[in-house]
Design a protein around this ligand. Structure first.
Ligand code: SF4
Length: 428
């Protein structure tokens, strides 16, 4: 109150400030705070500990559009459109003979994938063509079919097309905050009926428990957000430290291209570095394809039964971000009589494996880094870096839900939260 000269701002003023006025400058203000931390030697922007958390959106969890449900309804309405068009055709054979099949196909009449625009044209054309016939009393069913197409099917089809645009490849969105996607929340883990809620995926990079980078996404998967997150940083760090969820080929490739030191675990890191005593676990692991010995001369893998898996073909795999990776497929030809088959594969035929040599190389590099003395130190620190920040914001600051709607506004809100966190940390 002292800062504002004892004036009490209206709640609308505060809301407009955080929602609109801060939006274009939030990145700049946040960066100024980070620069201040660097100048004060609080952070060096060297070791970047990155992790993500889901924060509930302000959207209504009961008003959600699900992609799968939308697809089912859309398919049903398209089938109904085709049925009605067929019915109109059959009842007006004379006109159809005159206009021919070409016309219907052009308008999408017989096309399973008829869209709103095509249907609108078709309805207008049918109304024009059958105007005289529709005046007659005996043509009730044609009239009704046309009316159904116009007043029922067309609006539904347009609604589903609009929903497809908003979904943009996501599995769901909230009707009250279309930018929010339904995600499973950590807090609901173990609940009897865990409810996927509209939420945002917040990616945060920390150093010394200060937030030095953040980004907000509406994709629930952490690994596909890393590149976008790092691309948004004003200055790239030297080392990136992250948990096993981020250890994908695409992310490793990005780190290598940008000359960032890779301290990113991968899903089987623990199994590869941990020395098990349980013989049951050791036996199980020998059947993992990445534990098969590779013979580069013959380009074959050797399985635990000392049989060879030969090269079959190469396939390409595209990630959600459009990154393309190559997978080489190998097959063993002597599995039928193998006594180890029940433990090795559930396949009826021979065991097949697919391998990305690039990923193997990246993982090897990550393993070497992570098991070095510095790697061990960074791994130990990682567990108390980002998670502590999330705990502080969610528990101590009680920030468990966004108050604004729309990705841009939510981004601003998280920026303010990050600045507030850094200020509190600075003040001790
Ligand atoms: S099932 Fe085939 S691949 Fe597996 S151990 Fe036996 S021979 Fe080798």
């Amino acid at each position: 109150m002292w800062i504002s000269g004892e004036n009490t701002p209206d709640h609308r003023t505060i809301n407009e400030f955080r929602g609109k006025r801060m939006q274009p400058v939030i990145a700049e203000v946040f960066h100024a705070v980070v620069e201040y931390l660097v100048a004060g030697n609080y952070v060096k922007l060297e070791n970047y500990y990155v992790d993500g958390t889901k924060i509930e959106a302000d959207g209504n969890k009961h008003k959600v559009v699900w992609a799968k449900r939308k697809e089912r309804y859309e398919k049903a309405v398209k089938e109904q459109v085709n049925e009605l068009l067929k019915q109109i055709e059959a009842e007006n054979e004379a006109e159809e003979a005159e206009y021919g099949e070409r016309d219907l196909e052009e308008m999408g009449g017989r096309n399973e994938d008829v869209n709103g625009e095509q249907l609108k044209k078709k309805i207008a054309e049918l109304n024009e063509r059958l105007r005289d016939k529709l005046q007659k009393r005996e043509n009730t069913s044609t009239r009704q079919a046309l009316k159904k197409l116009e007043s029922n099917c067309l609006p539904r089809l347009e609604k589903y097309e609009e929903q497809t645009k908003v979904l943009a490849g996501r599995n769901s969105y909230s009707k009250t905050d279309p930018d929010a996607t339904c995600m499973r929340m950590k807090e609901d883990r173990g609940a009897e009926r865990p409810w996927a809620k509209p939420a945002y995926n917040v990616q945060v990079g920390t150093e010394g428990q200060f937030i030095v980078g953040y980004s907000v996404h509406n994709k629930s998967s952490d690994p596909i957000c890393l590149i976008e997150h790092l691309d948004g940083l004003k200055q790239l760090p030297k080392k990136v430290v992250a948990d096993a969820a981020y250890g994908s080929e695409e992310n490793y490739d990005y780190l290598q291209k940008h000359e960032l030191e890779n301290y990113v675990k991968y899903p089987t890191f623990y199994q590869d570095t941990h020395h098990y005593r349980n013989p049951e676990i050791i036996r199980k692991h020998q059947f993992r394809s990445d534990h098969f010995e590779y013979d580069p001369e013959s380009d074959q893998f050797i399985c635990p039964a000392k049989k060879r898996l030969s090269y079959l073909y190469t396939s390409k795999y595209k990630t959600a971000n459009g990154y393309e990776s190559e997978r080489r497929h190998y097959e063993c030809s002597e599995c039928q009589d193998c006594p180890l088959k029940p433990q090795c594969t559930k396949a009826k035929g021979n065991r097949r494996i697919q391998v990305s040599f690039r990923l193997i190389e990246f993982r090897k590099q990550a393993r070497e880094n992570l098991t070095s003395d510095l790697g061990k130190e960074l791994r130990a620190k990682r567990s108390v870096e980002v998670e502590t920040v999330f705990g502080h914001i969610k528990h101590n600051m009680s920030f468990r839900r966004f108050h604004l709607r729309d990705l841009k506004k939510v981004n601003t809100e998280w920026g303010l939260v990050s600045i507030a966190h850094n200020m509190r940390k600075l003040a001790g």
